[in-house]
Structures are given as C-alpha cells and as structure tokens.
Design a protein around this ligand. Structure first.
Ligand code: BGC
Length: 759
C-alpha cells in the first residue's frame, strides 16, 4: 500500500489536529486504504465497531445536507432537520453524523473535520459528499448531451476532471453517475442520464464510474462514485417524477437494471436507492433489490445510501407506518445509510434494543461505511482532500475548459441541414435571435451546485470570438412574450442573410421534479419562430433542451436544426465551432424526438404489435395515433455531419453459431471531413416472447476524409442475442434474425438476416 503524505499547506492549515491524528492508534489501525482487500483492515474496522455505542453506529449511518451551504453552492435541497451550522458541528462531534453533502468547499470541510478529529470520542473522520453531476467548476454538457457524443471515453475524461476539481474543494464522494434509462421524455431528469438505450446506458455508466474513481480511490484527486437511482427511477409512470413503476421482470432485467450493474461492475463504491416503488415495493424497503440482486447476485461490496428522505417517504407511499417503521424496513432491506431524514439516528438504537433489528445488521452497514471511508483514504489522512489553496489551483484550468469545449462540440446533434445551409460562410450577416442568444443564463443546465452561468460562454460571445458579423435581439422570453419583441426580431431578421434562432427550454424546465405534459417549444418562442419564418430568411434553430422535444411548425421546418442541449462552460465556443465548420457535427440522438408529445413514452426499441403500420401512409386499424406515425420525427441514433455518408456492401454470414464478424462499407461522398457513428442493430423475428423491432448491439465512431471509404466490422456474439424468458432467466433461442448496419435506429442503412443455431 502506497503511503500518501500530506501537502505542507494542509499540515499548516489543520495544525495540531493532524499531528495528533498521525500519532493516533486508530490511524495506525485503519491506515490501509484498500478496505476491500485486507483481512487486517477488516479486523481493525471490527475492533473499532466493538468500541462504538449503538448511538455512534446510528450516527455513522446518518448523512445530512451541510448546514453551511450558500456561497458558491447553490441551495438545491432545502436543509432537512437541523440547519444551524454550529449545532451541526456539535452533532458531528457527538458522533451523530457520518458526514454532510453539498456544503461549501475546503474551508467548511476543514472546520468540521478539525472539530471531529479534536473533539469526538472515536475520531472517525467525516465524509464530504456533493452532487457533482456534470462538472464541478468547469461545467460539461448535461449527461444526455454528453451521451450524444456516443463516446464513453469522453465521459470518462470529463468525470476525471470533475473529480480533480471537486476533490480540490474537499469532496470525497459524488452522487453520480445517474444511470436511469429515460424512455419517457416528459420526465425532467432525462437530462442527467445517457438516454433511452441500454447499451449506451451501460457503457456511459461504467465510463463515468471509472472517471470519478480514477486509478486508486485513496488518491487526493479521486472520489467515490454513487450509481443512482436504484432502481428504475426513470420508468416513472407517465413521466411524472417520483411516480410509481410497474413493469415486467423481463423489462426490468433486460433494460433498466443493466446500467446499474455496469456501474457496479466498474467498481462503484456506493449506490443510491431510488424514490420510486417497483410493483408495489418502494426501493428503500425492497430487500430483493438491495440485497438479493445488488449484493448476492452482482457481488456489490460498497454501501447503499437512501436518496434524500426516501426512507421516510415510505410512510406517504403507504408502506411504512411511521418513522420508526421506515427505519426498520430500510435497514432490513439493505439500505446502509440514511440521507437527510434522520430516521436512523432517531430510531436504530431503540429498534436494536427492542430486538426488532438485529445488531449484526447494523454492524454490517457500519462496517461497509467505515470500509468505504478507509478506501477513500480518510483513516490514513482525514484531511487528504482538504487544502485551502487547492480549490482555486484546480478550478477551470485551460485544459479543463478545452475539454469542455471538445465535449460541447461532440455533443451537438445536427438534425437537419437543408441545401447545405451549414456551415456558414465567413462574412455572413447573422441575426442572432431568441431568449438564449446572449443573456449569460441557462447555459450550464440543471444540477450544477458549484458552477456559475456568469462564467459560461453564451452564443453571442461564441460568435464574437469567432469573428462573426451579427446582431442580437431577444424577441421573446422563455415562457412569456416581450412587448414589441417579435417586431424587433423580424426587423433584425430582414436585415440579415441568415437567422440563428436560440430557443428551447430554460434550466428550470428540466431536472428533478420538472416533468412536463407537453414537451414542446414554449408558445411565445414558437410564435417568434413563426414570425421569423414569414420573412423568408433561412433559419438555423439552435435548440436548448434537457430532453427530446416535439418540434412543430416553423421550428420543425427550419432549414437547419442543431440540438445544443445545455453544453456548459464553453457552450458558445462549441456552437460557433460547428456553425462555422471548424468541426463537423458528430453527435447522435441518445433519445428519440417524437412527432408529438402524446406519443410518449416513445423509444425506438418498442415492440411491433400485431398491427404494425409498415412504411408509407397511415393505414386504418393499424398501431398509430390519429394523424401521427408510430415512429420518430428524428429517431435515436440520428445525426448528420458535413460529409455525405453512404452505407453499402453488408457482410453477414447466413448462419451464426458462435461469435460472428459482420461489417459494411461506409463512404464519405462529400467534400468535407466527417465523423460517422456506425450502428449495429438486430431483431429476432420470432421468439417464445416477442422481441423489440430493433436493439442496438454495437456502435463505432469513424473519421472519414472527403471521398474516403472504410469497411467497418463488428463482432456479434451469442450473448448479444440473449433475452429474459418467461421463467425470468437469460436465454438464447435459435431462429431468424434481421441485422442492420445503419446511421440510426429507424434508418435502413444496409440490412440482411442470419439464422442462429447453437453450435
Ligand atoms: C436527488 C438525488 C440527489 C440528492 C442530494 C435528491 O433530491 O434525487 O439525485 O443526489 O437529492 O442532493
């Protein structure tokens, strides 16, 4: 085990506390950072547990929002319970807390940790957590935007930088990645995850865990990841946040559980239980989920934390009788740590004394939490990530901002580009119009605790830095019109060669508790778009959004549309890079854009039904809404480049019995370099259970120079063809399969078939 020394600054800052700690027998006992490994560490943790009172054990299982928020930390959650900072420090010293979250930087952490290391009976270091979701001070694209890159290694790199910055501010543990599959775009938290597809979800889950946790969790630039929200939180009925989930075991196992498992397999140190119930059982009281699946089946060794008061919420859900019952159900299910409600601190001691919760269960949870603290190096050095100078030294470094710009470029999806309107020619007279043109707001996106929109590059600044000729007119507010706004915008459009229309959703329209019934562009902005369209000037829509939207009228009919999500710190630069062709757009939709809100939940991997409406006109008594096809306006996987890409020459053998190579030729007939995301899909024609019309089995990003052709190969394995049968077990069934290598989930690309037979 590498012994990690402290920086000189940290020693000076924490002073005598550290000297005392270094000499302490507890440190000697628990210094091993590799909790998962050594029996020695386990034995020393057990020794420590033997010295703890039941109240101190309940304290180690109790996490609270930091009472000292404010400053750079935006208040995201109302402080629960005690929000008085001195009282919170006293609680920590009394052993009533394991740590706090969403606090304010190294100064707060130093004060709290020092108080605990000097004044508490057992001197168990506090742990500092935070919602570092898509960046800390350098902000990266929101999760769904970054997933549009179809480049998991990019997500690993941005998570690494987020960890580097956050650990500089004293943070040991992030509540990320959020890996919930989002198939209903009314759900506001779509913005946080990797979209609708299970393969993309799995790859991004694992990449983000690797990025946050780095090489060695004990390093001072690595932090614990937390895979959330376990489980199936994204499947809330009708896209209503917190709503119930009711689904077949097949769908749960095949789609929803797999990204969490990928995060666990990547070594995530913690998991957060979700607010929702599944089939009548709230996650926080679900022993099958928290113990049978997570631990016994997947071998998870870390700890589970409840989501914010989620344990207590089992009362309102009608599953727990009162707070004491909620604490009992949660700890028995396997939820190790309680966030914000205080029910463990309040009731675990009496529940143990009354014999309703075995002491061994509490000890097991305490052991997991202490092991995690050892693993992140806190026993070796409680001040490992606390250094008053480091936060500034690590914040917004040029390389971090450059990565944000790269991530922004790769997250932008070009939905259409009629007549090759983009890229714009130098010298084009531009009218930049819309509520997101220039106001320095709504750039970073939801779930940013420590970032500052004031430091982010808006579209106007991006155009300015690119040397563009442009005027700026707001035209409309996000959800309200501005008196005279449309008239001014129309005049500006008439005076220009091209209009850039920066419209869409504000930060307040997506994120937690931000479900929408209509996933449209708000009416005042739609009216602005209609008026601009009447000028006849070519329009490029720059869409800001945290979910897929149902585009209508002049927005849908604009000559060009770029999906720009919430791109973070370097947003305007990344958008200008694409607009002027410094880079070719390469993002692909990780969520399908429907024709209409009423199609939700719409996802490409749906079933055929017995009455599919084939391609072509809508037929009576076939599966579709009145006047709307049962397909997407812009499907999952769709996205254009400045190249002109053609798929040809499918290679697939007629029979498969083991791993099989398949491939196709991809050609760029255009005059500009392009990056194409080549996608492999299959469909089992007949099964003992019906199968989705298509399932993504692989993808590759391919760079193609003008005129260049490449043969792109994939290896399809029998495992890729497995599904969960009626008996709840994974199986593979022989039979005929369709196969596509295509540019999106609903494009034909090249299409063939093969028969699978076991060897
Ligand atoms: C959210 C979590 C978050 C927690 C702490 C909850 O409301 O659902 O995703 O980590 O608050 O801020």
């Amino acid at each position: 085990m590498v012994k990690r020394g402290m920086s000189r600054r940290a020693v000076l800052a924490a002073g005598s506390t550290i000297v005392a700690w270094q000499a302490s027998p507890l440190r000697a006992m628990l210094r091993s950072a590799d909790a998962a490994a050594g029996p020695a560490t386990r034995a020393s943790i057990d020794e420590l547990i033997a010295r703890m009172t039941i109240e101190e054990k309940a304290g180690q299982l109790t996490l609270m929002p930091a009472a000292w928020g404010g400053g750079i930390a935006t208040a995201l959650n109302p402080p629960a319970g005690n929000n008085n900072y001195p009282v919170q420090i006293a609680d920590a010293v009394a052993g009533k807390l394991t740590g706090v979250f969403n606090g304010n930087g190294a100064r707060m952490a130093l004060q709290m940790q020092k108080a605990v290391m000097e004044g508490s009976r057992l001197k168990i270091p506090l742990i500092f957590a935070a919602d570092v979701i898509h960046g800390h001070r350098t902000i990266f694209p929101v999760g769904v935007g970054e997933a549009a890159s179809f480049e998991p290694s990019l997500a690993e790199r941005t998570a690494r930088v987020a960890a580097f910055e956050a650990t500089g501010a004293g943070i040991d543990w992030t509540f990320a990645p959020m890996v919930d599959i989002a198939r209903d775009q009314r759900w506001g938290r779509t913005m946080e995850g990797a979209g609708e597809d299970v393969l993309v979800g799995r790859l991004f889950a694992a990449a983000r865990v690797r990025g946050f946790q780095g090489r060695n969790l004990a390093d001072d630039d690595c932090l614990m990841a937390c895979v959330k929200h376990f489980a199936a939180y994204g499947a809330a009925e009708a896209g209503l946040d917190y709503n119930s989930v009711d689904m077949s075991i097949q769908r749960l196992e095949e789609i929803y559980l797999r990204p969490y498992q990928a995060g666990v397999d990547a070594g995530a140190a913690s998991v957060m239980s979700s607010f929702n119930e599944i089939n009548g059982v709230p996650s926080n009281g679900n022993h099958w989920l928290m113990t049978d699946v997570l631990r016994d089946r997947w071998g998870f060794k870390g700890f589970v934390v409840s989501d914010y008061t989620g344990d207590e919420e089992m009362i309102a859900a009608g599953f727990a009788a009162d707070r004491r019952d909620a604490a009992r159900l949660a700890i028995l299910a396997g939820v190790d740590m309680s966030m914000s409600s205080g029910v463990y601190q309040e009731h675990l001691p009496a529940l143990v004394r009354d014999g309703q919760v075995p002491l061994a269960i509490v000890d097991q949870s305490v052991r997991r939490v202490l092991a995690a603290k050892a693993q992140v190096g806190l026993f070796d050095n409680p001040f490992r990530r606390i250094d008053l100078n480091r936060e500034a030294q690590r914040s917004r470094l040029p390389a971090s901002l450059a990565l944000s710009r790269e991530a922004g470029q790769k997250s932008i999806v070009m939905l259409k580009n009629e007549g090759g309107l983009l890229p714009l020619k130098p010298g084009t007279k531009i009218a930049l119009i819309g509520p997101f043109a220039a106001e320095g707001r709504d750039i970073n996106g939801p779930w940013v605790v420590y970032g500052d929109n004031g430091q982010a590059i808006d579209v106007a600044r991006g155009l300015h830095d690119a040397g563009a000729r442009f005027t700026v007119t707001k035209g409309s507010d996000v959800e309200a019109s501005i008196p005279g706004g449309i008239a001014k915008a129309v005049a500006a459009a008439k005076a220009a060669d091209v209009v850039l229309l920066a419209i869409g959703e504000s930060e307040a329209m997506s994120g937690e508790a931000k479900s929408r019934t209509e996933i449209d562009v708000p009416a005042p902005q739609q009216a602005l778009a209609e008026a601009i369209a009447k000028t006849g000037k070519p329009v490029v829509v720059l869409l800001r959004n945290g979910r897929a939207l149902a585009l209508e009228g002049a927005v849908r009919d604009a000559r060009a549309i770029l999906v720009t999500w919430f791109l973070g710190s370097e947003s305007g630069h990344a958008i200008a890079d694409v607009l002027f062709g410094k880079v070719s757009p390469s993002g692909r939709l990780p969520v399908s854009f429907p024709f209409a809100s009423g199609q939700e939940p719409y996802y490409y991997a749906h079933k055929n039904t017995g009455r599919p409406n084939g391609p072509g006109p809508l037929a009576e008594y076939k599966a579709h809404y009145q006047g709307v096809p049962n397909s997407a306006l812009f499907p999952f996987g769709h996205g254009l480049t400045y190249g002109d890409i053609v798929y040809s020459a499918l290679q697939v053998a007629p029979q498969m019995s083991g791993p099989m190579r398949v491939g196709a030729t991809i050609t760029n007939r255009g005059s500009r370099a392009a990056v194409e995301t080549v996608q492999l899909y299959t469909h089992q024609k007949v099964g003992s259970l019906t199968r989705p019309v298509r399932e993504l089995k692989g993808f590759q990003k391919v760079a193609l120079a003008p005129g260049e052709s490449k043969t792109i190969g994939f290896t399809l394995t029998p495992d890729d063809l497995k599904f969960v049968g009626a008996d709840g077990k994974w199986r593979i069934e022989p039979g005929l399969f369709d196969l596509w290598i295509a540019p999106s989930a609903e494009a034909e690309g090249v299409h063939g078939s093969f028969t699978y037979r076991a060897a």
